[in-house]
Design a protein around this ligand. Structure first.
Ligand code: CAA
Length: 240
């Protein structure tokens, strides 16, 4: 039986590339999404990957959603915590809601999703948790105190949990994408985006497939001795 992989925010952007790459590698894949039903239906039609709707910032929704995935597809062996949002604003203009929304989705979401699958992975002595952090969690970013704090938190979460999983066959790693050509990055004002691209030694935005390939490697048996690592894929923009 093929291993089951669950990808949050798995119907769009980097997440969609991860879901389809995992499917191509022979995993049984479930992709979650928070709101866009039309995109999710189109994604399933196109790829044959089952989608499930819940909000990763809601712990109870994660518990019941994961139970549904496990009933339909089997126990989760690979979890990719990819779901993330931005609410960019300079700190003096940032509202408490903008702060809380980002922390709840991008940081609490990693706890909410990992906690319900953790004991199953421990019992079966196998698991892969891959947390999609960000270059901006490593270097900080103007107008992203919320996002940078959450994404840096994801790296700390990764390093701590890796120590707990290591003896029971579970690896926990983080990937830090740089600026990738997704809707999220395209939402940055064009002039600002051009300035960012000018700072990338590779001279271009990254492709979603370049992040998906990192996940495939970390999920594989070949990566069994790699845990607590932060894999950067940013075209040389920041060397941690
Ligand atoms: N460093 C220093 N100053 C900066 C700056 C920077 N990086 N960016 C903007 N500023 C300055 C501006 O020049 C401006 O200064 P003045 O008032 O003196 O002209 C001021 O800060 C911004 O003032 P605004 O009133 O224009 O700010 P705003 O409330 O309209 O916000 C913004 C604009 C949200 C900052 C917008 O510029 C923006 O979106 N910036 C990009 C932020 C970014 O990189 N986000 C990443 C999104 S992609 C992602 O997060 C994925 C990932 O993981 C990589």
């Amino acid at each position: 039986m093929s291993r089951v992989a669950l990808v949050t925010g798995g119907t769009r952007g980097i997440g969609a590339a991860i879901s389809t790459a995992l499917k191509s590698e022979g995993y049984t894949v479930a992709a979650t999404y928070a709101g866009n039903d039309d995109k999710a239906v189109a994604f399933t039609t196109e790829t044959g990957i089952k989608t499930f709707k819940w909000d990763v910032s809601d712990y109870d929704a994660c518990v019941s959603g994961i139970a549904k995935v496990e009933t339909e597809l089997g126990q989760v062996d690979i979890l990719v915590n990819n779901a993330g949002i931005t609410r960019d604003a300079p700190f003096h203009k940032m509202t408490r809601d903008q702060w809380c929304d980002v922390i709840r989705t991008n940081l609490d979401g990693a706890f909410n999703m990992t906690h319900p699958v953790w004991n199953g992975m421990r019992d079966r002595k196998f698991g892969r948790v891959v947390n999609i952090s960000s270059i901006n969690g490593q270097k900080g970013q103007f107008a992203q105190t919320n996002y940078s704090a959450a994404k840096a938190g994801d790296i700390g979460f990764t390093k701590a949990l890796a120590q707990e999983g290591a003896r029971v066959g579970i690896t926990v790693n983080a990937i830090c994408p740089g600026y990738i050509a997704t809707e999220m990055v395209m939402a940055v004002p064009e002039k600002v985006r051009d300035n960012i691209v000018a700072q990338i030694p590779a001279g271009r935005l990254g492709e979603v497939s370049e992040i998906a390939r990192c996940v495939i490697f970390l999920a594989s048996d070949d990566a069994g001795y790699i845990t607590g690592a932060t894999l950067t894929a940013n075209g040389g923009q920041y060397m941690a």
